[in-house]
Design a protein around this ligand. Sequence first.
Ligand SMILES: C[S@@+](CC[C@H](N)C(=O)[O-])C[C@H]1O[C@@H](n2cnc3c(N)ncnc32)[C@H](O)[C@@H]1O
Length: 203
Amino acid sequence: MSGRLHPLTEPRRAGHEGGRPGEWSRIQALHAVSERHRRSHGCEAYTYSDGASLVVLSAAMHALRVLEFGTALGYTACCLAHGSARGHVDTVEFDAAHVALARENIKNLGFQNRITVHEGEFVAVAQTFSADYDLAFFDGFAPTLPQFQCMERLLRPGGMLITTNLQLGGDAALWRQLLSDERRWMTSDMAEGGRTAVSIKTG
Ligand SMILES: C[S@@+](CC[C@H](N)C(=O)[O-])C[C@H]1O[C@@H](n2cnc3c(N)ncnc32)[C@H](O)[C@@H]1O
C-alpha cells in the first residue's frame, strides 16, 4: 500500500515534500500563458479555473494512471501530474497547434516523462488505451454520450471522474443524469465553485 502513497499525503520525511521547489508557481504561470494564447488564437480553449482542486484530488486518489480529455496548452495535465508525483497522465488533444505548445510547456516544466500528449480525436485515440485508469478528467467542449461511455469504460471501479462543462449543450443533461444514477456513481459538485462534478465509479 505504501508504494501507492504520494509525498503530499504520506508521513513527512526530510527532503520529501510534494513536487519540486517552485513547481506549483511555475504551473500557475502556465495558466496565464494559456489564457493569453486563447485570446490571441481565437480558440475556445478556456483554461480550467480550479487547478488546485485537480492537485488535491489527484493526490487524494494516489492516482498512478490519469486520463485527460482536452490538453490545450498542458496546464491541467501539469496540475494532475503535480498532485500525483508517481502518476502518469495520458492527455488527448485534436488541435495540432495546442499539441505542439503543450509538449513544449510540459518539457519546460520537467514533466515530459510523466505526461504523454496524444494527438487526435478523443474517442478514436482512447480506443487504443487499456482500461483501469484511477482518475479521468473531462475538459473538452460540450460533452457527448460517446465521450462519457469511453471515459466510463476506461475508469477502474472505485476510480474518479471529474467533469467540467455540464452546463453546456451537447449531451450535458444526459451525462449529468447518468452521473446521478446511484447504482453506478456517487457524485458531488464540489469543484470549480460547483461548476465541476466529481464522481466515484461505484458500480
Ligand atoms: C477547455 S480546453 C482544455 C483546457 C485545459 N484542460 C486547461 O485547462 O489547460 C478544451 C480542449 O479540448 C480540445 N478538444 C475539444 N474536443 C476534442 C476532441 N473531441 N478530441 C480531442 N480534443 C478535443 C480543444 O481543442 C481544446 O484545446
